[in-house]
Design a protein around this ligand. Structure first.
Ligand code: EPZ
Length: 420
């Protein structure tokens, strides 16, 4: 297995290009199941989760090409509606095929995704909503077996909790349902917005895009004509590089970003003392004279994102004073704490709140990645720790970051990928 070796202490400089958003691309690839024509998707990030999702569609019978950052997917040839465990277990976002497969074929079998390091990750809200739309759901031998013999019917759905992929699954199911579906307490993440915009551009009437109440007018069964998609920039990759600039107190520029998706992240960094130059698709972060401690509570968009919690915990280690970070979305998203403490951090946990002592004297160590965003937090800490940090199990990183070590090398970090 690969691991990363990082020599701490280098300032960064220069420009880094941000790739397309993994969490926008995954539902968009699933949405091609609804299309009666091949779909071309540009700005697709070459990360493992995307390869897995394309492999899943291939396993269902779709054909596709994926060169550079462009995929062309023809899902009209799908002849199998079982999403198998062996693929779903590698990526729980495979559950995003459930809504479109059921809407188009009236029957499908999707392996239960199971939990992951950060939490149990239930899909009860997805299933309850599909039942409201007339689906019959059975759980058997680790699979969700969903049927809708008379097709899905529009319904009013209230999500007890805001769920990103739950909202995306139901929006896609509603696109082909009979009549109107109203989703109350819908997720508003930019990735959900792009999915709604693509379906609207393909002829589906959707009201309330970007709000917490969506109304989708379904086709009653007919497929739609999605032709071309360009994936939005990855706001979490962008936030991660802003933290790389911040933690090394450097001046770096990010290009191909959409700063409107980064407001809560930029505001927190400004609160900590960093300066910014913001242009059309570029953001430059500049050093802080004093790096102040911070209080963070993760919440749904447009609040502070849970996917940036681990990165900001690493950053809080160099602030003056004590920071507190509350994780409100997932029950176990503090796996990076013990690894950061092994590097010399002093972080204590009390239920869902971490207390982070600043001005930590970090030393390089052997550390282990546990989930995608925790891995990036360990890399950030390695950039400033004294000596050498080796980050193991970086297959977690490769699921969601394009060429992380190459992009950091280009910015001046001393980091390289080695084989165990
Ligand atoms: C999406 O996961 C993202 N993944 C996650 O990013 C992100 O952390 C998360 O949203 C929150 O923003 C993708 O978009 C592929 P949820 P998702 O359903 O949709 C509970 C990354 O790092 N819940 O919004 O699975 C759930 O337990 C990944 O790229 C239910 O109880 O998250 C959690 O507490 C990690 N029942 C909360 O809702 C359900 O049926 C939010 O989960 C569904 C969710």
């Amino acid at each position: 297995m690969d691991y990363l070796e990082i020599e701490g202490g280098n300032r960064l400089s220069g420009t880094v290009t941000i790739d397309g958003a993994k969490n926008a691309a995954l539902p968009l690839i699933a949405a091609t199941i609804l299309s009666d024509k091949p779909v071309t998707i540009d700005n697709l990030p070459r990360v493992n989760d995307i390869f897995t999702m394309l492999k899943l569609l291939g396993n269902l019978g779709a054909t596709y090409t994926f060169e550079e950052n462009r995929a062309t997917i023809d899902a009209t040839t799908i002849d199998n509606t079982t999403a198998i465990y062996d693929i779903v277990r590698k990526m729980r976002a495979s559950i995003l095929t459930l809504g479109p497969l059921l809407a188009r074929f009236g029957i499908c079998k999707v392996s239960l995704p199971g939990g992951c390091a950060i939490g149990q990750r239930p899909i009860d809200l997805h299933l309850k909503a599909l039942e409201m739309m007339g689906a019959e759901i059975e759980i058997k031998e680790g699979y969700v077996i969903a049927t809708a013999p008379e097709g899905l019917k529009g319904a009013t759905i209230v999500f007890d909790k805001i769920t990103v992929t739950g909202t995306e699954n139901i929006v896609m199911a509603a696109a082909l349902a009979e009549g109107e579906t109203r989703i109350i307490n819908a997720a508003k993440e930019p990735e959900v917005v792009q999915l709604c915009e693509i379906l609207r551009d393909a002829g589906i009437e959707i009201e309330g895009i970007g709000s917490d109440e969506l109304v989708i007018h379904g086709t009653g069964g007919g497929l739609i004509d999605i032709r071309h998609i360009t994936v939005i920039p990855d706001r979490i990759e962008a936030g991660t590089y802003l933290c790389a600039g911040a933690i090394t107190n450097s001046t770096i520029t990010l290009e191909h970003v959409n700063h409107a998706h980064l407001v809560s992240i930029i505001l927190k960094l400004q609160e900590m003392g960093y300066d910014f130059e913001i242009e059309k698709e570029r953001i430059t972060i500049k050093p802080a004279s004093r790096i102040k401690s911070i209080r963070i509570s993760t919440t749904e968009y447009p609040g502070f994102p849970t996917d940036m919690q681990a990165q900001f915990m690493a950053l809080a280690l160099i602030a003056e004073g004590t920071s507190t970070i509350e994780e409100r979305l997932f029950e176990n998203r503090f796996m990076h704490v013990s690894e950061l403490n092994r590097m010399g951090a002093d972080i204590t946990l009390n239920n869902h709140t971490a207390t982070v002592e600043g001005e930590a004297d970090l030393n390089g160590a052997d550390v282990m990645a546990t989930d995608l965003r925790a891995s990036s937090a360990l890399v950030l800490a390695g950039l400033i720790a004294k000596g050498t940090t080796t980050v193991h199990r970086i297959y977690h990183l490769d699921r969601g970051y394009v060429k992380l070590e190459e992009k950091l090398q280009k910015l001046g970090a001393k980091i390289r990928r080695l084989k165990e």
